[in-house]
Write a new protein. Structure first.
Lengths: 497, 52
């Protein structure tokens, strides 16, 4: 395809410097840095930050690669630990854009098409937003872009060494996020349609297996840390006596329970036909919005042209897209809007291909060539700048201290030896302040996710006689028998005399 | 005329999605924890686990 926008001819040091790659990483990173959450953020962010920085354990699916990287990253002397872990998401977000640029460069797409498509991805609300707080998703998209790049690299020269790179990146991907399994159908389609004999040769299979095992070795984190009994452990349950029972991660059964996400099987494939259709519509609206609607036409064009010109790449991306979109559309969880980033990445690759086709289309004619190229280039630039300006005000977290303030308010106001029950929007931040910053070790905070509703009720009934108990929401079963008084964002339970 | 038509066609594809903006709407909010605040209160979320 074309090379629009590649007229600049640098010399000397400038010639050796990869300006395009530098910009692909540097520009989004700068934007993320300026809008980054300044301290600990709430929900999963607080859980991830606390688990990573204390070498603790997460809920399913374990995220051992993230926890290992996060543990070391959390030691860098920059801001508080919450800020450092937010910064890690920004690094992986920018890395995703950088690797996306490398993929598009392999397809010989020009600067404008690349800038337009990846600019829209980098500034889309959820991709941008999830690059600003500690989360697992940008590392996942970076590994996914790395896997696609490794597959394309292998297709140039299908050697066992290059197959080993695929195995390593795939293994790392699985060590991070179990949904990497959704990339397998597309990857298999690509290698088996490209060079099946080379892919299935004993040397290639051996190289793949050994390097995949190396990538998967991060799973050792889970049993190793389980044996150390870390203070932060979300892989287990509390009983009605408030004894914690960790899942035994030294057994295959326990390990498989955690990493397979079996705990969430009720939420998988959860919709009937009508529900699935409604969720699909919601997703398509979200996808359209993510690329400010201008991506829809070029994206569809890109899908068609990629299939016609590079059907193996087209098939691979389509299978990866459909697997991810299909799984998450049918996944009944409250925050699934945040889980579609892999499909955004593929959407951006399609859009870039469509953008380039449009640029090539208008370039064919003189003298209108300049007019057409300029008009389209300005529109691509304008779309990214508009997305940047529009989304900045709705994603900017640079002045958001709300999570820390809420956690500090709770710890300041609860009485000595208090017991605090709450969901993700209350407890993980409290635990972060306790375990990472050393505040109020006398307080016990328990996420309600880790205790069955009936055990919670019996624990409250028993403990309320002996120590102060606080909850975020009063369990319905106790509404008649226990009164409550608000204390900051939570309630102090009072046993009637 | 044919050449101008090519440009118009390319622009039409580029902007075709924008005609859906009134139906789709522009992004109204980013990722924000308050959006998910209190949602847990309405559900019975508990994950049974394997323990020894």
């Amino acid at each position: 395809m074309g090379n629009a926008g590649n007229h600049f001819k640098p010399t000397g040091i400038a010639e050796r410097c990869d300006w395009r790659g530098l910009a692909a990483f540097g520009l989004p990173f700068l934007i993320y840095l300026l809008t980054l959450a300044p301290t600990i953020y709430n929900l999963d962010s607080a859980e991830l930050t606390t688990a990573a920085s204390t070498a603790g354990l997460m809920r399913s699916t374990g995220y051992p690669l993230y926890l290992t990287l996060g543990y070391f990253w959390s030691k860098i002397p920059l801001g508080d630990v919450g800020y450092r872990m937010n910064l890690l998401s920004a690094v992986f977000g920018a890395l995703t854009i950088f690797l996306g640029e490398r993929i598009l460069r392999r397809w010989q797409l020009g600067g404008w098409a690349t800038f337009g498509a990846l600019g829209l991805l980098a500034t889309s609300t959820f991709f941008w937003g999830l690059s600003l707080v500690a989360e697992v998703y940008t590392l996942h998209t970076a590994l996914m872009a790395g896997l696609i790049l490794a597959l394309l690299h292998w297709s140039d020269s299908p050697t066992p060494q290059r197959m080993a790179v695929i195995g390593l990146v795939g293994g790392l991907g699985m060590s991070h996020h179990a949904s990497t399994v959704l990339l397998i159908p597309g990857s298999l389609f690509f290698v088996l349609s490209m060079r099946p004999k080379k892919a299935l040769s004993p040397r290639s299979l051996l190289a793949f297996s050994l390097s995949a095992l190396l990538g998967l070795s991060f799973y050792l984190y889970l049993p190793v840390r389980y044996m150390a009994q870390p203070p932060f452990n979300y892989a287990g349950i509390f009983d009605g006596e408030l004894n914690f029972h960790p899942v035994d991660l030294t057994t295959l059964e326990g390990l498989w329970w955690l990493i397979s996400g079996r705990a969430f099987t009720d939420a998988m494939m959860a919709y009937n036909r009508l529900g699935f259709w409604q969720e699909t519509q919601r997703y398509l609206v979200q996808l359209g919005r993510a690329f400010f609607a201008v991506g829809i036409g070029p994206g569809l064009l890109g899908i068609v042209l990629l299939f016609r010109r590079k059907w193996r790449e087209g098939g691979m991306l389509a299978l990866m897209f459909l697997s991810n979109a299909g799984f998450y559309i049918n996944y009944r969880v409250m925050d699934k809007d945040t889980m579609y980033l892999p499909t955004y990445l593929i959407g951006a690759l399609w859009i870039a291909y469509g953008f380039q086709a449009l640029l090539d289309w208008v370039r064919q004619d003189e003298p209108e060539r300049k007019l057409g190229l300029r008009t389209l280039s300005i529109l691509m630039l304008g779309s990214v700048l508009f997305a940047l300006a529009w989304n900045w005000r709705i994603v900017d977290l640079s002045d958001d201290w709300t999570s820390r303030l809420q956690g500090e308010t709770i710890l300041r106001r609860v009485e000595r030896n208090a017991l605090v029950f709450g969901w993700w929007d209350v407890v993980p931040v409290v635990q972060y302040l306790q375990l990472v910053e050393g505040e109020r070790p006398d307080v016990q905070a328990i996420n309600r996710f880790l205790i069955a509703p009936n055990d919670l009720v019996s624990a409250i009934k028993k403990e309320v006689r002996y120590r102060p108990i606080y909850v975020d929401h009063i369990p319905g079963e106790l509404a008649e028998s226990i009164s409550a008084t608000p204390v900051g964002p939570i309630y102090r339970l009072i046993e009637p005399k | 005329m044919k050449k101008i038509g090519r440009i118009i066609f390319a622009l039409a594809i580029f902007l075709s999605g924008a005609t859906l903006v009134p139906a789709l709407g522009l992004p109204a909010q980013g990722f924000n924890w308050q959006h998910y605040e209190n949602v847990y209160a309405t559900i019975k979320l508990f994950i049974p686990v394997i323990v020894r």
